[in-house]
Design a protein around this ligand. Sequence first.
Ligand SMILES: [Zn+2]
Ligand SMILES: [Zn+2]
Length: 239
Amino acid sequence: MLEKVLKKIAHLKRSTWLPKVEEGDGGLSDSKFAGKPWLNNDEEWPKCPICENPMQFFLQLNLEKLPKETRDQFGKGILQMFYCMNCEPDCCEVLANAWEPFAKSELIRVIEPKEPAEGIEVPKFEHPFPSKRIVGWEEKDDYPHYYDLHNMGVKLEAEEIALLEAAHYPLEGEKLAGYPYWVQSPEYPNCPICKKRMEFVFQIDSEKNLPHMWGDVGVGHITQCPEHKTQLAFGWACH
Ligand SMILES: [Zn+2]
Ligand SMILES: [Zn+2]
């Protein structure tokens, strides 16, 4: 039965890549969760504009070392995500509505590596994240969420949707490319430059490679303008 549904949407099948990780920090330019980010020698650890504390470092992807099928898709340089977790006296996440894309208390960027900063130290965070370096990628099939299917004009019966959900399409967990797993409704932001829809890059789930929960078991997504590859956003939603 599932095969029948997958056949119906076979034209929408995409590959997604699940990160294979090892404990510990890698080199400054490696893809990783937490640890030491690449910083150029003319800059400091990014600070939150609201509380002025250093922001927690979540993720870095060296775009030139991704699976080769995705390399042209996301551009060049090193993609990074910093997100403020400070809650003293108030949570910047709440002050900035950081579940919405383009919140002030986060930094999602592509950095062009030049000379690395020397002696980078990870600031002392209240909830330190152990670093994990991404040592490889496991390719899997992925299919759109039924909300996305609906928006693409694909009509499925309730039982077909149930089959897709039971098969865990789109995949949950952390992944590169493929389709976002939406907890609520689809939230593709629009590019601040060209206003076109930004597309899915990477999914960060709750309590997977990072000891962090997005609200109540939420899921977050990094998106990028397909034209303006330095335009990135992050948003999350929970039940
Ligand atoms: Zn802050
Ligand atoms: Zn754009």
